[in-house]
Design a protein around this ligand. Structure first.
Ligand code: 1YM
Length: 637
């Protein structure tokens, strides 16, 4: 890191035509992700400059048009000296040729990874306007470009104080079908950068929405961890956080890590490699997991804390574990379609070796936290054994086809094995009664809910199993839950939530979806969960009856058919009021009904949102879910 860059370091020169011909090869595509890639690329250069200790501030401005951006830093400024061989300023060579720049020989920078680091020249090639302004050697320097080609020479302007680089760019609409940037996406990314690089102050000036943000997190990952916990409303099991931040002088590998156990049941480690999120994990995460498991086991053994009668599994140790892992390495190799998994094999041992001794040391010096952690782990092991016993019980009984073990209030269908079988989970006995009479007995089973459904967001697995309504659902579905979940044992093809179209109904739907999301997520991923859409209005006009799911649909019907006579409108107070035949016609009959299929489009965001939303007012939550549930007309049956 001591060698400084000079123009002679640039060796390979190639024009930018290939970039304009095949942009996807360089930025992954020309959709929104490719468009934003341009921003990350330029910001990364500024971040690199900060990481190398030369810049302290990074600014991003989204201009009023929403389609152009300026990125600024107060680093050394991109070199402007003339290259001895090519007789051009270094800046121009860097911005107009592919793979030019010391960083690609791997000597100056240790940090560019994945799709990132393809260089500012790729951004330049894909812009209809690109202006570089450098403050360096006491002067202001500027050069303008279009489609990757210089349209002015590097100009030396008036004297300037300080040093730094400003890059203005405006993407080419001939390349990108849509050139508007997403301010929220940029804002979130910049905040993450400020968490990962605590020395850097990052500002975002969003001139589209006239909003300015300053991100500066002196506590870095610890601040990040606090924010993640508060977003998810997860309660930590102990106050002290385990923190680790070291760079190996020889290998240049830097590992920064924060860990904390929480009362929630799942494990969430957010990992980053060279500042890029690795949402699919990889060798660094696996090495971390193995280091954590070994450290905890060792602590339990040395302090003779092994509980009697149960064995502690690795998954018990990691239940409720949250944290952030950020590593920086020289030669990252990524895998997977969108390069979101790290594949460097040596990271397994590197992480395991770094985490195990330091976590053990931390446990030994933070006894209160250590005790809370171990108590939590033992509880997790007990709950897991209890749930396994419960699942085994269910499976054993259903294997002998002993229907008595299914919940008493379940009206099963005669042919659950059918590929069309469905379980309707229905709110209340009276609605359950209508559904039971109106259904197709062969393939449709009805499970009415009587008592309150537990909000599982903060509850332990043991508590979840104690809740009668939830445990009845688990039994009826037959596939267990949590880590014992086995979708091959699912007793029905689809699970349909059928609730009243009022706020109580919405609340129950939300609670059930939270439960399914936290403990049986695979059901959603396998597209097995649906929301029924019962009508709210019956509209009789002339001799014809119409059904409407909401006010808007009701108005439309009246408008469309008013010429046929006066409209007679009935509003259903609840499903229980509906005649069984009507329920069949409007909601249950696979040939005519409409349903919504529940989907998870972004698992991390979903996780955050479920955490955020549970506990507040139920109606915005339901609205949120409805907006994101995919509408699926179920007519192909
Ligand atoms: C708003 C974007 O690009 N800043 C930036 C880039 C460079 C330098 C400083 C820099 C690096 C070095 C020496 C060095 C770049 N240099 C290169 C190249 N901000 C932004 N700030 N002096 C200045 O690496 O030794 C590419 S980017 F090619 F010169 F190494």
């Amino acid at each position: 890191m001591t060698a400084t860059y000079t123009a002679k370091d640039i060796t390979v020169l190639e024009g930018l035509d290939p970039v304009r011909k095949r942009p996807g090869m360089y930025i992954g595509g020309v959709g929104s992700s490719g468009l934003h890639h341009l921003v990350w690329e330029i910001v990364d250069n500024a971040v690199d400059e900060a990481m190398n200790g030369h810049a302290t501030e990074i600014g991003v401005t989204l201009h009023k048009d929403g389609a152009s951006i300026t990125v600024t830093d107060n680093g050394r400024g991109i070199p402007v000296d003339k290259h001895p061989k090519f007789k051009k300023p270094a800046l121009e060579i860097i911005l107009t040729t592919l793979h030019a720049g010391g960083k690609f020989e791997g000597k100056n920078y240790a940090t560019s990874g994945g799709l990132h680091g393809v260089g500012a020249s790729v951004v330049n090639a894909l812009c209809k306007q690109f202006v570089a302004t450098i403050r360096k050697n006491g002067r202001r320097w500027q050069q303008k470009f279009k489609y990757g080609k210089a349209i002015t020479r590097l100009g030396r302007g008036p004297t300037a104080r300080g040093t730094g680089t400003d890059i203005f760019f405006c993407p080419d609409p001939k390349i990108f079908p849509k050139t508007e940037f997403d301010p929220q996406l940029i804002r979130e990314r910049l905040e993450v950068i400020s968490f990962l690089h605590k020395a850097v102050k990052v500002t975002f000036d969003d001139q589209v929405n006239k909003q300015k943000d300053v991100f500066e997190h002196k506590d870095g990952l610890a601040d990040f961890q606090r924010k993640i916990l508060s977003d998810r409303q997860a309660k930590p099991s102990h106050d002290a956080m385990f923190m680790f931040d070291k760079e190996d002088a020889r290998t240049k590998l830097r590992i920064a890590l924060i860990l904390q156990w929480t009362e929630s049941t799942d494990e969430t480690i957010r990992s980053f490699v060279n500042g890029i999120p690795t949402t699919a994990g990889g060798t660094h995460e696996n090495g971390l997991r193995s280091g954590v498991t070994k450290a905890i086991r060792n602590y339990i053994v040395t302090h003779k804390l092994t509980p009697k009668g149960i064995t502690i599994a690795a998954e018990d140790i990691r239940e409720g574990l949250t944290g952030v892992l950020s590593i920086f390495l020289t030669n990252p190799q990524f895998q997977g379609q969108t390069k979101e998994r790290l594949n460097n094999q040596d990271m397994l041992a590197a992480l395991d070796g770094a985490v195990r001794p330091s976590l053990e040391h931390w446990l030994n010096h933070n006894r209160t936290a250590a005790e809370a952690v171990i108590a939590r782990i033992i509880l997790a092991a007990r709950a897991r054994e209890a749930s396994r016993a419960a699942s085994a019980h269910i499976t054993r009984k259903s294997a002998t086809n002993n229907r008595l073990n299914l919940p008493g209030k379940l009206s099963d269908c005669t042919n659950p094995a059918s590929t069309n079988s469905e379980l309707f989970i229905v709110e209340g006995d009276s609605a359950g009664g209508s559904a039971k009479q109106g259904r197709d007995r062969q393939t449709q089973a009805i499970l009415p809910l009587r008592g309150k459904v537990l909000n599982v967001e903060q509850a332990s697995l043991a508590k979840v199993l104690e809740n009668k309504e939830l445990s009845d659902i688990v039994t009826a579905l037959g596939c267990g839950l949590g880590k014992q979940f086995d979708i091959s044992k699912l007793r029905y093809n689809r699970i349909i939530l059928l609730m009243d179209a009022d706020s109580d109904g919405h609340h129950i739907t939300t609670l059930l979806l939270t439960f399914i999301f936290r403990h049986m997520r695979k059901l959603i991923e396998a597209h097995r969960i649906y929301l029924a859409c019962p009508p709210l209005y019956r509209v009789d006009i002339g001799k014809v009856t119409h059904w409407a799911q909401d006010d808007e649909a009701c108005d439309q019907i009246i408008k469309k058919h008013s010429k046929n006579g006066k409209a007679d409108i009935t509003r259903f107070k609840g499903l229980g009021e509906m005649m069984p035949k009507v329920l069949w016609q409007t909601t249950l009959n696979p040939k005519t009904r409409q349903m919504m299929r529940v989907e998870i489009s972004d698992p991390l965001a979903a996780d955050r949102v479920v955490g955020e939303l549970m506990g507040k007012d139920p109606s915005p939550r339901f609205q949120f879910i409805m907006e994101r549930a995919q509408e699926a007309r179920d007519l192909d049956l």
